[in-house]
Design a protein. Structure first.
Length: 119
Protein backbone atom coordinates (compact mmCIF):
# COMPACT_ATOMS: atom_id res chain seq x y z
CA UNK A 1 0.00 0.00 0.00
CA UNK A 2 1.05 3.55 -0.72
CA UNK A 3 -0.30 6.74 0.85
CA UNK A 4 0.04 10.16 -0.77
CA UNK A 5 -0.76 13.47 0.91
CA UNK A 6 -0.67 16.78 -0.98
CA UNK A 7 -0.08 20.16 0.60
CA UNK A 8 0.80 23.69 -0.43
CA UNK A 9 -2.30 24.75 -2.29
CA UNK A 10 -3.99 28.07 -1.76
CA UNK A 11 -5.02 31.38 -3.28
CA UNK A 12 -2.48 33.25 -5.38
CA UNK A 13 -2.64 36.22 -7.74
CA UNK A 14 -1.97 35.82 -11.46
CA UNK A 15 1.76 35.78 -12.10
CA UNK A 16 2.45 34.40 -8.65
CA UNK A 17 4.03 31.13 -7.54
CA UNK A 18 3.18 28.16 -5.37
CA UNK A 19 5.00 24.99 -4.47
CA UNK A 20 2.98 21.86 -3.96
CA UNK A 21 4.32 18.91 -2.00
CA UNK A 22 3.34 15.27 -2.15
CA UNK A 23 4.40 13.23 0.86
CA UNK A 24 4.63 9.55 0.01
CA UNK A 25 4.61 6.74 2.55
CA UNK A 26 4.58 2.99 2.25
CA UNK A 27 7.30 0.41 1.97
CA UNK A 28 7.16 0.39 -1.85
CA UNK A 29 7.32 4.17 -2.31
CA UNK A 30 10.72 4.10 -4.01
CA UNK A 31 9.38 1.82 -6.72
CA UNK A 32 6.84 4.23 -8.13
CA UNK A 33 6.92 7.16 -10.45
CA UNK A 34 4.90 10.14 -9.22
CA UNK A 35 2.61 12.23 -11.36
CA UNK A 36 0.71 15.44 -10.82
CA UNK A 37 -2.81 15.80 -12.18
CA UNK A 38 -5.40 18.52 -11.93
CA UNK A 39 -9.13 18.83 -12.40
CA UNK A 40 -11.00 22.07 -12.85
CA UNK A 41 -14.76 22.31 -12.32
CA UNK A 42 -16.63 20.86 -15.27
CA UNK A 43 -13.46 19.60 -16.93
CA UNK A 44 -11.77 16.24 -17.24
CA UNK A 45 -8.78 15.36 -15.12
CA UNK A 46 -5.55 16.44 -16.82
CA UNK A 47 -2.14 14.87 -16.40
CA UNK A 48 0.32 17.72 -16.11
CA UNK A 49 3.65 16.26 -15.07
CA UNK A 50 5.42 13.07 -14.08
CA UNK A 51 8.80 12.11 -12.65
CA UNK A 52 10.36 8.68 -12.72
CA UNK A 53 11.51 6.67 -9.70
CA UNK A 54 15.03 8.05 -9.61
CA UNK A 55 14.11 11.60 -10.56
CA UNK A 56 16.21 11.41 -13.71
CA UNK A 57 13.36 11.83 -16.18
CA UNK A 58 10.44 14.25 -16.22
CA UNK A 59 7.67 15.23 -18.59
CA UNK A 60 5.13 18.02 -18.75
CA UNK A 61 1.87 18.86 -20.47
CA UNK A 62 2.13 21.65 -23.00
CA UNK A 63 -0.18 23.77 -20.85
CA UNK A 64 2.42 23.99 -18.05
CA UNK A 65 5.72 23.48 -19.86
CA UNK A 66 8.21 26.19 -19.00
CA UNK A 67 6.22 27.33 -15.95
CA UNK A 68 6.02 24.23 -13.73
CA UNK A 69 8.90 22.09 -12.45
CA UNK A 70 8.57 18.67 -10.87
CA UNK A 71 11.24 17.24 -8.57
CA UNK A 72 11.57 14.56 -5.94
CA UNK A 73 13.63 13.97 -2.81
CA UNK A 74 13.57 10.24 -2.19
CA UNK A 75 15.33 10.63 1.15
CA UNK A 76 12.39 12.75 2.31
CA UNK A 77 9.88 10.68 0.31
CA UNK A 78 8.47 13.88 -1.11
CA UNK A 79 7.70 15.06 -4.62
CA UNK A 80 7.37 18.75 -5.39
CA UNK A 81 5.64 20.77 -8.06
CA UNK A 82 6.98 24.29 -8.34
CA UNK A 83 4.44 26.43 -10.17
CA UNK A 84 5.51 29.82 -11.49
CA UNK A 85 3.73 32.49 -13.53
CA UNK A 86 0.36 31.10 -12.52
CA UNK A 87 -2.67 31.92 -14.63
CA UNK A 88 -6.39 31.90 -13.80
CA UNK A 89 -6.76 28.81 -15.99
CA UNK A 90 -4.44 26.93 -13.62
CA UNK A 91 -7.22 27.02 -11.02
CA UNK A 92 -8.06 23.42 -10.14
CA UNK A 93 -7.76 20.69 -7.57
CA UNK A 94 -4.28 19.25 -7.86
CA UNK A 95 -3.63 15.59 -7.16
CA UNK A 96 -0.48 13.55 -6.93
CA UNK A 97 -0.65 9.93 -7.94
CA UNK A 98 1.63 6.93 -8.21
CA UNK A 99 1.86 4.90 -11.39
CA UNK A 100 4.51 2.21 -11.60
CA UNK A 101 5.82 4.04 -14.66
CA UNK A 102 5.05 7.48 -16.07
CA UNK A 103 2.30 7.19 -18.64
CA UNK A 104 0.57 4.26 -16.98
CA UNK A 105 -2.63 4.46 -15.01
CA UNK A 106 -1.85 5.39 -11.38
CA UNK A 107 -2.36 2.77 -8.74
CA UNK A 108 -2.65 5.24 -5.86
CA UNK A 109 -4.01 8.78 -5.47
CA UNK A 110 -3.81 11.57 -2.95
CA UNK A 111 -6.85 13.46 -1.73
CA UNK A 112 -6.06 16.65 -3.66
CA UNK A 113 -5.25 20.26 -2.80
CA UNK A 114 -7.06 23.33 -4.15
CA UNK A 115 -5.15 25.93 -6.14
CA UNK A 116 -6.99 29.14 -6.98
CA UNK A 117 -5.43 31.80 -9.16
CA UNK A 118 -7.38 35.03 -8.93
CA UNK A 119 -6.91 38.73 -8.41
Amino acid sequence: QLQLVESGGGLVQPGGSLRLSCAVSGFTSDYYAIGWFRQAPGKERERISCINRRGSSTNYADSVKGRFTISRDNAKKTVYLQMNNLKPEDTAVYYCAAPSLCGLRPDYWGQGTQVTVSS
